[in-house]
Design a protein around this ligand. Structure first.
Ligand SMILES: [Zn+2]
Length: 206
């Protein structure tokens, strides 16, 4: 495979990037300034070295101390409410919206509606273990499932509700985002007002 084609294949694996865009990126890199390309490769390798996942919330972070990210370590974070999101980009949306004052948990994906073995992809067991632990150690009282209003998001929500049922029986409130997220809405592309409204109008499951 020629080098340009190989680079195109690599770019094609980026989320949301198709064949033609990937080829444009490959041509761009091929003709860009030497210094730009050097900064790009250095930034990628530095990121791979310095950015790691938090052992508690699984978010990617540059500042991991004792395995935890700064948000998980911050003593001012409200540990009574935990927001469950699909991916890092979604966490970023909520952090920017400044609506949520509690902690986060990154699932690492959604259960694809067409696949049978959904559990293999996402951190369901880890979420259950964390919620159980923090109910007794950190005063956790509510878990909010903040997933996209898509078929995969809804399916994942159903799986998580089922998983958290035993903790619900012990008094944990499990809620989902309310008004504001219309069908098909992805968290990653939602604006601040929508997220704020959806979080404030969350609905607790019986
Ligand atoms: Zn963390």
């Amino acid at each position: 495979m020629d080098i340009l084609k190989r680079l195109q294949e690599l770019f094609k694996r980026f989320p949301g990037i198709g064949e033609r865009q990937a080829m444009r990126f490959a041509y761009f890199v091929a003709t860009a300034d030497e210094s730009y390309v050097r900064s790009l490769t250095e930034a990628i390798s530095a990121m791979r070295k310095e950015v790691r996942r938090c052992a508690r919330c699984y978010a990617l972070s540059e500042k991991i101390v004792d395995g935890k990210c700064s948000l998980c370590l911050n003593p001012d974070t409200d540990t009574s409410i935990l927001l469950v999101i699909e991916k890092d980009a979604d966490r970023e949306r909520f952090v920017k919206a400044r609506t949520h004052t509690g902690t986060y948990f990154v699932l690492g994906g959604l259960a694809p509606a067409i696949e049978k073995d959904a559990h293999a992809h996402i951190r369901i067991k880890e979420l259950h273990a964390l919620a159980e632990r923090e109910m007794s150690s950190a005063g956790l009282s509510e878990v909010v499932l903040a997933l996209s209003a898509t078929p995969d998001g809804e399916r994942t929500e159903a799986i998580l509700l089922n998983t958290l049922r035993s903790l619900q029986e012990k008094g944990l409130v499990v809620s989902v985002l309310g008004k504001g997220l219309s069908t098909g809405t992805e968290i990653e592309y939602s604006d601040k007002e929508t997220l704020t409204h959806a979080l404030r109008s969350r609905i607790a499951f019986e």
